[in-house]
Design a binder for this molecule. Structure first.
Ligand code: ZN
Ligand code: MN
Length: 484
């Protein structure tokens, strides 16, 4: 039997506010455990929460960008459960009336654009952190850090519309890019500021009956998301093939073994005894404020991509790469403008810059060359003062290493192009003279030897010759020999 997979996502994004959702404690990551707490976020009796306006503003920004329907009035609720990292014994979240409902995000699947619809967006507070490792007595004790208690989260719930692990990864990647464009979440999955839970079920192909779904938690990278979902789909199929039942449960992703592991049977909403939070009034936002926030939205990835194609004549694939982060898109525009050639700016970023970043595991914000410096190098090539080979192989790495400007490097290293055909011709003749055997092979019809001879020429010129010109002159010289 053929099966199809149905995947839905619940994503928690930590909002980049300075203070927590209901108190003034700092949200800064990595501080001394339990140093950022107060009676409100510790849930001490008699303390009262006050909503953080900035967190609401960020939630509205996201709702607008996702074209979700914003509820002018929404309600906070208590979700009751007992867990050591939750000192209040309940989480303040939104249940019946969330801050926004609906909305959509585009993904690309097998070259086709697909719309993934959203169920809802809601605001809620984070819990603390249980520290199971890293202490001398960790074998017998778990330590608790309450600094994260009350940190604002926006939860994004999709409809179960994704069909493959690849689509789920694409969704999270696109959402992450969007959050970063909006400057409301840093998207750091390893530090937990973007967390993803995925639910998955399978059903016979073409069936509209939902299968029994399992939820996979604790996924902290795109790679693990893909692997966890592939594993889970396969596990469920094998169960059905053996005639066994799938149990509705929560499973954890274990990256060490590459498997999902049963954690607990899946709770139902009514298990949490949700009720409206009596300490907070309904959250009311005005139309005027929403308009003001909408007016301040930055240009978003799809619009930017479309503009890059139109304004700079880029191909869709290149534009997609360049808008993959706001910082990269900004770098490209600054470079294109300073160098005066968007084509070359795009080429340099796609090849040299991105390759350097990848090799050194860096982000574009860490890239050592300012757009203006790299633009100087591009302009020197365009003006034919140096060859592309010299620019890429000698000057670019030296600029990164020393921070010197390209002109300084050219002068210090004596890197000038060999423009004079006579100089180049002399070198070509010398190479022909010194390599009688390859030359004979070439003349005997083994034309691929040309590449070797050209390599010798470029080596002798220390890369200073224009490779295209060198190839033409070399070929001409060899053809003259052939006629003799
Ligand atoms: Zn606090
Ligand atoms: Mn949640």
């Amino acid at each position: 039997m053929k099966y199809e997979t149905v995947i839905g996502l619940e994503i928690h994004a930590q909002l980049l506010t300075k203070t927590k959702l209901f108190c003034r404690c700092s949200t800064q990551f990595g501080l001394q455990p339990n140093s950022q707490t107060c009676p409100v976020c510790l849930g001490l009796p008699g303390s009262l929460p006050v909503i953080n306006r900035e967190a609401v503003r960020m939630a509205i920004k996201l709702a607008l960008a996702l074209q979700a329907q914003i509820n002018l009035k929404s309600i906070f609720s208590r979700k009751n459960y007992f867990y050591p990292d939750l000192p209040k014994g309940y989480q303040i979240t939104q249940y019946k009336l969330p801050v926004a409902e609906g909305g959509e995000l585009l993904i690309e699947s097998e070259g086709q654009a697909r719309v993934i619809h959203l169920e809802r967006l809601h605001l809620e507070e984070d819990a603390g952190k249980s520290l199971h490792e890293g202490f001398p007595d960790s074998v017998e004790k778990t330590y608790l850090d309450f600094n994260r208690c009350g940190v604002p989260l926006i939860e994004i719930v999709t409809r179960p519309e994704m069909r493959t692990a690849g689509e789920a990864v694409e969704f999270v990647q696109n959402l992450r890019t969007l959050l970063q464009y909006l400057e409301i979440c840093d998207g750091n999955m390893e530090e937990g500021s973007l967390r993803c839970d995925a639910n998955l079920s399978i059903r016979p192909e073409g069936s509209d009956q939902p299968g029994v779904k399992t939820e996979v938690k604790n996924i902290n990278s795109f790679r693990f998301l893909a692997r966890a979902l592939d594993y889970e789909a396969k596990r469920q199929m094998e169960l059905l093939e053996r005639g066994e039942r799938i149990i509705k449960e929560t499973r954890g992703w274990d990256s060490a073994s590459g498997r999902t592991i049963a954690q607990r049977s899946k709770e139902e909403a009514h298990d949490y005894r949700y009720f409206p939070e009596p300490d907070l009034p309904p959250l009311v936002v005005s139309e005027g404020w929403i308009k003001e926030i909408a007016a301040g939205l930055p240009e978003l990835p799809p619009a930017k991509m479309e503009r890059f194609i139109r304004e700079y004549g880029l191909a869709a694939d290149e534009a997609r790469i360049l808008v993959s982060s706001r910082a990269l898109a900004d770098y490209f525009e600054a470079l294109a403008c300073a160098a005066g050639t968007p084509r070359q700016a795009a080429n340099w970023i796609k090849r040299e810059v991105l390759q350097f970043l990848k090799e050194n595991n860096l982000e574009i914000t860490d890239f050592p060359l300012q757009p203006a410096s790299l633009a100087e190098l591009i302009k020197l090539v365009e003006a034919r003062e140096i060859t592309m080979t010299i620019a890429k192989e000698q000057i670019f790495p030296e600029m990164i290493k020393t921070g010197k400007e390209p002109r300084t490097i050219i002068e210090e290293k004596g890197l000038k192009p060999i423009a004079e055909d006579n100089t180049l011709l002399a070198i070509i003749n010398q190479v022909i003279e010194e390599n009688p055997q390859p030359v004979q092979q070439y003349l005997g019809g083994k034309t691929q030897v040309l590449g070797f001879l050209l390599g010798q020429v470029m080596k002798a010129t220390r890369g200073q010759a224009n490779p295209e010109k060198a190839r033409l002159l070399l070929q001409a010289a060899l053809d003259r020999l052939a006629k003799k």
